[in-house]
Design a protein around this ligand. Structure first.
Ligand code: SF4
Length: 488
């Protein structure tokens, strides 16, 4: 098959038309099926009409519905038929709508069949294994239901697009060989009946047991590299041809790899929120912190245009932006032209926290009472924080020209950051902002032998922060230095 044809489904225009709720709604990994959409058919008609106006004459269009458009318990079938008729009038040659295999009946198919346009039903086969389907994925349909549906679709002239899910339960996550073997069988079966196949990476949808498994450490989503690696191995064993990183040809049909079908961030259900308070390893490695650190390392992308990182301490008051410390820091530097190039990143008990997330749970719900720290606790803190900083640097370090670290000089966090940069051989990318001279001047002014973490909001420290940033980011005329010339 030509590459353009293989890409036809993947590149096809699509729209989301959610209505009611999936009549099953119990699949282990699926959050969409648990939602009830509060849209009206009139709203959907208006949205769809606008969509069709933009895509008149399209070869294929795809409609997503979170459930089944051929299930009269969810969608009135005369509405689904109307969708098909309108697509035909707009010159569309093929329409893909979602359905469940138990809804593939003669009666339902007759109700949506329209002469002169191909109707393809996208069905979640998920895995060609009844034990996995029923016991773990909690599907209400099995392999035989899929085969029956596929044969009926073929007999009645409908198309079939098959969805296969990877890594959608802790049991398969723990047994990679089983996962590969089942995936191989599943693609082979889907290949016998389908016009196209989509292999989907399971992500932690909100309100699913799978998301709780992640939060509680029983399961982890596969990142892009792991997912492409696993599916690529299986497809090459099956003799599939790799067309692009996320597109293969198998038995003359396209197999699309969908590693991230929605942008997710960890969402810890409110009923599990807790105040994470105290010191020690158990606090540092709290599962709610761990899940976010995993996210920042493997799924997060730093914002575009942030060429420099400014590493900051946390504050007792949360969210940080409400604290005196962060208000003082922000008011000292936010007015400069180069400020938008700075990515603020807090490094603290929960780990590495890009500023965009600082007002989310659990970063608003922890306290680390420093006065309870022992030498052992400090050592643990440095060790855990260093490893987290290293993980962030390995994943994203190349995105930044320089890292400025603004901490008081006795800070364990600063020590952890130093060690992380040293161990990765990246010392030349780290600029420690506060120096001994400023520090001694502050101590003299305060008349104290030791100054605590609040030193970072002292006017002399803030002045030093401004000076250091300006020296790297501004030329003598006050213009922001082009990033490519600012490393020296
Ligand atoms: S995967 Fe499909 S059948 Fe299962 S709950 Fe989600 S929408 Fe419903």
């Amino acid at each position: 098959m030509e590459v353009a044809m293989l890409r036809a489904y993947k590149k096809a225009p699509f729209t989301v038309l959610e209505y009611g709720r999936c009549s099953w709604g119990a699949c282990y990994f699926c959050g969409w099926g648990k939602k009830r959409a509060n849209t009206t058919l009139e709203q959907l008609k208006a949205k769809y009409t606008r969509f069709l106006e933009r895509h008149r004459g399209a070869r294929v269009i795809k409609l997503f519905s979170s459930g089944s458009m051929i299930d009269p318990r969810q969608f009135p079938l005369d509405f689904t038929r109307w969708l098909v008729e309108e697509a035909k009038k707009a010159g569309v040659r093929e329409i893909v709508i979602e359905g469940k295999s138990d809804d593939v009946t003669r009666e339902n198919l007759e109700a949506v069949r329209v002469e002169g346009i191909k109707v393809t039903i996208a069905i979640g086969l998920e895995a060609a294994d009844d034990i996995i389907l029923k016991r773990y994925y909690k599907k209400n349909t099995g392999v035989a239901d899929y085969i029956r549906a596929a044969e009926l679709l073929r007999e009645m002239g409908f198309g079939l697009r098959s969805y296969i899910i990877v890594n959608a339960h802790p049991v398969v996550y723990r047994n990679i060989e089983v996962q590969e073997e089942v995936l191989e069988r599943t693609i082979a079966l889907a290949g016998e009946y389908s016009d196209s196949i989509v292999v989907i990476n399971a992500y932690p949808h909100q309100n699913t047991r799978l998301a709780i498994d992640w939060i509680e450490g029983r399961w982890r989503p596969l990142d892009k590299r792991q997912f492409y690696g696993l599916v690529g191995r299986v497809l090459s064993r099956l003799g599939a041809r790799r067309v692009e990183e996320d597109l293969y040809e198998y038995e003359g049909i396209p197999v699309e790899l969908d590693h991230s079908n929605f942008a997710f961030v960890p969402k810890i259900p409110r009923r599990l929120w807790t105040r994470i308070r105290g010191v020690g390893r158990e606090i540092l490695l709290h599962p709610h912190f761990e899940v976010w650190q995993d996210y920042f390392e493997r799924f997060y992308e730093p914002p575009r245009g942030k060429e420099y990182a400014l590493l900051l301490p946390c504050s007792y008051r949360k969210p940080y932006k409400k604290s005196k410390t962060h208000r003082a820091i922000l008011s000292a530097i936010s007015g400069y032209k180069w400020f938008p190039k700075l990515h603020l990143i807090v490094v603290s008990t929960p780990g590495v926290i890009p500023w965009e997330f600082h007002d989310r749970y659990p970063f608003t719900h922890y306290d680390w009472p420093e006065w309870m720290e022992t030498e052992e606790v400090k050592r643990d803190y440095i060790q855990v924080t260093k490893e987290r900083v290293k993980r962030y640097l390995r994943a994203h370090g190349g995105r930044y020209k320089l890292f400025f670290a603004y901490f008081h000089l006795e800070s364990e966090t600063l020590e952890a950051i130093r060690q992380a940069f040293q161990e990765l051989g990246m010392e030349d990318k780290l600029v420690e902002v506060l120096d001994r001279e400023t520090y001694e001047a502050i101590k003299r002014e305060l008349g104290k032998e030791r100054v605590g973490s609040s030193v970072v909001r002292h006017p002399l420290a803030l002045e030093r922060l401004r000076r250091v940033l300006k020296s790297y980011l501004e030329d003598t005329a006050g213009n922001t230095i082009n990033a490519s010339t600012s490393n020296g």
